[in-house]
Design a protein around this ligand. Structure first.
Ligand code: NAI
Length: 278
């Protein structure tokens, strides 16, 4: 997608971190913006700041784990702007702990937001994009945790591996139809955002159980991660060039090779980010 001015961008998880940086960047590109997030206070603040900076913006409180909420987001997008061209299925949460200790509620929460949230976005928006038959683009936020496997974050790993193959499948299916819709999957390494405090949005409130949070090493790595604005630059470059895989940390590529080699060698699984285990 080359021409972005006056086109419509929908961003889930747009109130913070990577989503917020994508919104800032969409504004710089002269796009009209639909900002969706489950956290009302943060959404109102972000929407106010973007409007003050000149954005033509619709803010929608939306829990992406709920299919009806994402359908409603698509309807409100069409009511306000009449089209959608750039969809960022970006909202995400994380939790930690060994698989057998992560509560089933945590599993449902993480898979509901990170994986089903993307499925809901595709269900609600792709039919609209197909009917429009104009150049459009979908960016699904996965993670390096969707390409390699590290201990201590099982539900997150499963959700993000799911988003990678979901995105690959979507890209192949749209190409088979010659649809003018491109797909990218964003696989960031550590980015300095509020993801380590994701349980602020856990249904029913934070668990209060430190074992279910991302471990201290991960929290530390995130605090020292790349600025989200740099991710937004990479993402918009990929939208313009039609690039599918977006990796923010090229120096981590050997970890992907290591995992693939272990599969081909039929050996034990490689530890993707060794230092992050508990
Ligand atoms: P963040 O916590 O700063 O932003 C996430 C946003 O998603 C927040 O505004 C939050 O309110 C929203 N959100 C949470 N649950 C939601 C729901 N049910 N419905 C709608 N919105 C919801 O974190 P960050 O890092 O900006 O996260 C964005 C994406 O990037 C996520 O998918 C995350 O998994 C992914 N990611 C982040 C990395 C990092 O190091 N920060 C690394 C790899 C991937």
């Amino acid at each position: 997608m080359q021409e972005l001015r006056n086109k419509v961008a929908v961003i889930t998880g747009g109130a913070s971190g990577i989503g917020r940086a994508l919104a800032d960047r969409a504004l710089e590109e002269g796009m009209r913006i639909v900002l969706a997030d489950v956290e009302l206070g943060a959404l109102d603040r972000a929407a106010g700041e973007l409007k003050n900076a000149g954005a033509d913006l619709l803010a929608v409180r939306c829990d992406v784990s709920q299919a009806e909420a994402v359908d409603d987001l698509s309807k409100r997008t069409l009511d306000r702007f009449g089209a959608v061209h750039l969809l960022f299925n970006n909202a995400g949460v994380g939790s930690g702990g060994p698989i057998w200790e992560q509560s089933l509620d945590d599993w449902k929460w993480v898979l509901g937001v990170n994986l089903m949230g993307v499925v809901h976005g595709i269900h609600a928006f792709v039919p609209i994009m197909l009917a429009q038959n104009e150049p459009s683009h979908i960016v699904n936020t996965a993670s390096m945790a969707g390409l390699v496997t590290s201990p201590g974050m099982g539900a997150y790993n499963v959700s993000k591996h799911g988003v990678v193959t979901l995105s690959e499948t979507l890209s192949l299916e749209l190409a088979e139809r010659n649809a003018p819709i491109k797909v990218s999957v964003l696989c960031p390494g550590w980015i300095n955002t509020r993801i380590a405090e994701a349980d602020r949005n856990r249904p029913g409130g934070p668990s209060g159980d430190d074992r279910s949070r991302m471990n201290a090493a991960i929290r530390q790595a995130i605090a020292h991660g790349l600025p989200a604005a740099q991710v937004a630059d990479l993402v918009f470059a990929a939208v313009r060039s039609g690039k599918f895989y977006i990796l923010t940390h090229p120096n981590w590529k050997p970890l992907i090779r290591q995992r693939m080699q272990a599969i081909l060698d039929e050996s034990d699984p490689a530890n993707g980010m060794g230092r992050t285990g508990r």
